[in-house]
Design a binder for this molecule. Sequence first.
Ligand code: ADP
Length: 255
Amino acid sequence: MVLLVTKGIVKQFGAFRALDGVDVEIEKGRVTLIIGPNGSGKTTLVNVITGVYKPEAGRVFYTKPDGKMIDITGWPPHKIFEIGIVRTFQIPQIFQKLTVLENLLAVARGQRGESVISALLKNWVKEEEELARRAFGILKAVRLIDKWDVPAYLLSAGEMKLLELARALMAGANLIILDEPIAGVPVDQAHEVFKIVRDINKQQNVTFLVIEHRIDIAFKYVDYVYAMASGKVIAKGLPEEVANDPKVKEVYIGG
Ligand code: ADP
């Protein structure tokens, strides 16, 4: 089942075409990766999907949990967030002085009144208990459970990325968009971040769209890859197919 589709997306900045007819399909339950050199349009595409930019042409469709496909083109970012499409940096910044657990509870409290859970629960205490229970479950999944009472500023670069991921889960995401999740993260931690993304994808059936430059690491953990260059998709397929595509090789290593 396709969770999100873009059809013929065109986005211009003045006369410059940053996206020139982009079609992508994100299958539910998959980890989809978008690669491409700097300036190829990856971030602009994510900005169109998440409502930051309105495209000049093209549509974005999303399948709701009830199976109905809706046109979300041009919706404001908060509405796109509410239907479960969460880009990690859309969530308010990590609070450095708060503990890991408090950072998760802050996400949920920020949403109070909107979540299904708060609608179902009868009173505040029960709601707080439920939130804490959920938060601990998520911390277990992202392997930060041992750090639950550690202030965020003491986390390593990799752990900080995992906390961002935990916060997206806490926000009730169906589709999590990770923007360079291992940028600045040492190699061993980078593998750990992707392993955890994979586990969460499998165990919790969360769909991921990942933008990443370090394709040597990312390719091992994803199901499907789109390669972009100059505002267009130049290749798509399984990681090994895209890695061996002559057009992709040309863009990355100059032929
Ligand atoms: P990527 O994420 O692949 O590095 P971007 O989507 O950030 O690429 O950028 C694609 C192109 O669009 C680049 O040439 C960039 O300079 C241009 N661009 C992006 N955002 C803007 C903007 N707000 N105004 C003008 N040009 C932009």
